[in-house]
Ligand binder design. Structure first.
Ligand SMILES: C[S@@+](CC[C@H](N)C(=O)[O-])C[C@H]1O[C@@H](n2cnc3c(N)ncnc32)[C@H](O)[C@@H]1O
Length: 275
């Protein structure tokens, strides 16, 4: 089959891409180096690039469809929705980040609710169409922002010196403040299972996360554990590995211990298979 524009639309076709565009996206890894952050975004300790979000949105949805981001931060997913003609609904627990996100998409028909991701199903039915065609998000990576270690330590030092936040918030409802690893994974699983009814059957959930290493040197395979916990409620369809190849290397562990410079994230793809 030639990789040209699709000439027939199946009712199950979920995007408007040509075969050539489709095949490019299905490579299991990609390099995306985030552009320099705008002043308004810099207060957030861990946002993802809008350009990358847009590639996922264009693959998993069609024009005018709804995208839900339950951990919306400063609104990268909503900005990408506005740029690609989709409708975004974001939920963000921090009033400060929620305000920045709203400002970023002002007058571009995107919805941002300052609330708790645990209430996503209720929020979707109040504010959205009752159904969304894609959930695209990046949750807190456990309580890692609050833990002083390696490269994060020096980044935090610089951010503190510039008066910038090093954690999302002190709010007990902020999932980034759950210190017990299993309790954190349970909470995260509950968030995604809770919003499953809002996702159209046959459509996708994409979660961007990382495996993490504690200051004590214990590697917790957060991405893999999350994939395991959500396989069941959802069908796990595989991962795309997001690589950054322009980050400086730190000499961690030398000369006695193997410690990686972690410059990649997992984009975990799940499907709502029904039931
Ligand atoms: C990794 S960041 C997401 C950044 C976002 N993708 C962006 O590019 O701006 C995770 C976000 O989840 C938010 N968060 C933590 N717990 C939450 C909860 N229970 N409900 C909603 N948002 C929450 C944090 O405040 C933080 O902004």
């Amino acid at each position: 089959m030639a990789l040209s524009e699709p000439n027939r639309r199946s009712p199950r076709q979920f995007n408007d891409l040509s075969g050539r565009e489709w095949i490019r996206f299905t490579r299991s890894w990609f390099v995306h180096n985030p552009p320099r952050r705008k002043r308004s975004e810099i207060q957030h300790p861990a946002k993802y690039p809008e350009g990358m979000a847009e590639e996922f949105i264009r693959f998993f949805t069609r024009q005018d469809e709804w995208v839900l981001d339950p951990f919306a931060g400063v609104g990268s997913t909503l900005i990408a929705c506005a740029a690609s003609g989709r409708r975004g609904l974001g939920i963000e627990i921090s009033p400060e980040f929620a305000a920045l996100a709203r400002e970023a998409v002002e007058a571009r028909e995107q919805l941002l609710v300052n609330g708790d991701a645990r209430d996503a199903s209720r929020i979707v039915s109040e504010h959205g169409p009752g159904r969304v065609q894609l959930i695209l998000t990046s949750p807190p990576y456990w309580d890692m922002l609050g833990k002083s270690r390696g490269g994060v330590q020096s980044v935090h030092k610089k951010r503190r010196a510039s008066g910038l936040k090093t954690v999302y918030s002190n709010n007990a409802r902020d999932l980034g403040n759950i210190t017990d690893y299993d309790a954190f994974l349970d909470a995260l699983r509950d968030v995604f299972v809770g919003m499953k009814p809002a996702l159209e059957v046959g459509r996708y959930l994409v979660i961007i996360c990382q495996n993490v290493r504690t200051p004590e040197g214990v590697v917790q395979p957060l991405a893999w554990d999350l994939a395991r916990r959500l396989s069941g409620p959802f069908q796990f369809k595989g991962e795309r590995i997001w690589v950054q190849d322009n980050k400086p290397l730190g000499i961690w562990g030398y000369p006695t211990e193997f410690v990686t410079n972690v410059h990649h994230h997992y984009c975990l793809v799940f499907k709502h298979g029904g039931a």
